[in-house]
Design a protein around this ligand. Sequence first.
Ligand code: PEP
Ligand code: MN
Length: 339
Amino acid sequence: MIIILKPNADAQKRADLCEHLVTLGLDVDVSEGQTSTVLGLVGDTSRVDMGSLRILDIVEDVKRVSEPYKKANRKFHPCDSVIAIGEHTVGGDEFALIAGPCSVESREQMLSIAADVARAGATALRGGAYKPRTSPYAFQGMREEGIEILLEARAETGLPIVTELMDVRDLPAFSEVDVVQIGARNMQNFALLKEVGALGKPVLLKRGLSATIEELLMSAEYIMAAGNEKIILCERGIRTFETATRNTLDLSAIPVLKELTHLPIVVDPSHATGVARYVRSLSLAALAAGADGLIVEVHNDPPNAQCDGAQSITPEAFAELSEAVNAMLPIVRGTTTAR
Ligand code: PEP
Ligand code: MN
């Protein structure tokens, strides 16, 4: 349920109302907009008498929220959420460019790619230290050592780091990480979602391989219900009957999510297509469809990458993509703000 307050509602009356709602056992989420304030109620609202709320002089309207996701719902929070990552933000005027290899393979590889993408205008650095691999015999990541290398790359470039957490037992290694990625395979690992909900760091939540948009939002709700509202959603392609690409990039998810939620959404064209030469066009399509940023795999030696070489673009191609993004942004957004 949401209660829309009248503009300039009396502060004392508002505080009294919130207190009353809390005594009914409800959690009250306050969203201050430019013109009005929305009180989002989470909990058993079946005993709330909508009529008696509507007659209060500070109340504009009262509505039931039928969707199962509440805190992630745009009705609860009409303005876009803007999430700070290092010196940058995701979800506001800036367009996020998160770039780096699929996995951290060595110090030299990571530092070299980090320097290249930083120079080309990346706003954050990606790199997997703990890798979810389909085969148990494939490279599983450099683990703690990989995180150490990422921290060194951050120290050298100033770029915040985004890296995947697969198991709560690995959490101690993530204390310095800027953004915790929850990968597609773990989107419905509810124990992990609750744990990152208690973390207080931004979470990049990837859509599951076969997850609906509502399921993605319910996973975000898990993290939010546990206390962490700093979530960046990621559309990374879903499994369809098509085999020409690794997955099918669901571009429609971008405007749909923009309507349903206030959380920012970035697009991963690398895992969506599995093919480096398709990354540029789908990146620009994602920007045109209203995405808040991209997360792109970049490797300095794609043919010899330990993981996902076929979908990794070179640092040169990333620099060209970054230029194209900056040329296109003012056209799409009608603003001159680049990043
Ligand atoms: C990744 O980002 O390297 C990754 C494994 O992504 P996803 O979970 O989307 O497959
Ligand atoms: Mn990958």
